[in-house]
Design a protein around this ligand. Structure first.
Ligand code: G3P
Length: 218
């Protein structure tokens, strides 16, 4: 399973990249606004830090402008992945960019039917938002299960399932059990995957017992 970090904070991206466990980055207009940075400069900076795909989202609703934005974003660096909304115009642009060999991430996916359209448009990734589905009282992980199963039924669907709106380790584990290709997570969630009280307790007792031996490995 690939791990992407879902943030536009360059310090967090550098910290996550330094772990050696980071496979890519996703941003969205809300995260960019929060960062206070110039969008195009920020994407260039992130692409320098991370080798893997960096999702940069278009912001215009109409296909013509969206296509121009997507082409401009794709020229920032070879690892830019153009993020497009799951709308009629977004899917049209997805097909156009895919035909030119440009990576795409179709976002704001909330149903298996929408995910089928993203795959037919040739998206590199589709981003179903599990947390936001849970928030309205539906089952976000069932959405992932449905999409993974549907994509497996059709060999020519090459789109990877990028689980987004991830709120905690249980989302990550459940998505991994279903065979989702990627999880994009805020830095706090990536860090929380590490934690277990029995690891802390076990390490504390190993350390104190080792001290009693008076030995040193080096
Ligand atoms: O980047 C898209 C997605 O991960 C947003 O998550 O927490 O705002 O629902 P959230």
């Amino acid at each position: 399973m690939k791990f992407f970090v879902d943030t536009a904070e360059i310090a967090d991206i550098r910290e996550m990249a330094a772990t050696g466990l980071l496979d890519g980055v996703t941003t969205n207009p809300s995260l960019v606004a929060k960062s206070g940075k110039h969008f195009l400069e920020l994407i260039a900076e992130i692409c320098d830090v991370v080798e893997g795909p960096v999702s940069a989202e278009v912001t215009s609703p109409d296909a013509e402008t969206m296509l121009k934005e997507g082409l401009k974003l794709s020229k920032i660096a070879s690892n830019v992945c153009v993020k497009l909304p799951l709308t009629k115009d977004g899917l049209y642009v997805c097909k156009k960019l895919t035909d030119q060999g440009i990576k795409t991430n179709v976002t704001l996916c909330f149903s298996p039917a929408q995910a089928i359209l993203a795959a037919k448009a040739g998206a590199t990734y589709v981003s179903p938002f599990v947390g936001r589905v849970d928030d309205i009282g539906s089952d976000g992980m069932q959405l992932i299960a449905d999409i993974v199963q549907i994509y497996k039924n059709y060999e020519h669907f090459k789109t990877e399932v990028l689980v987004a709106s991830v709120r905690g380790p249980s989302h990550v584990v459940a998505a991994a059990k279903l065979g989702a290709h990627v999880a994009t997570m805020p830095p706090s969630v990536i860090k929380s995957l590490l934690n277990h009280p029995l690891t802390d307790k076990g390490l504390a007792s190993f350390t104190s017992d080792w001290a009693k031996t008076g030995q040193s490995i080096l």
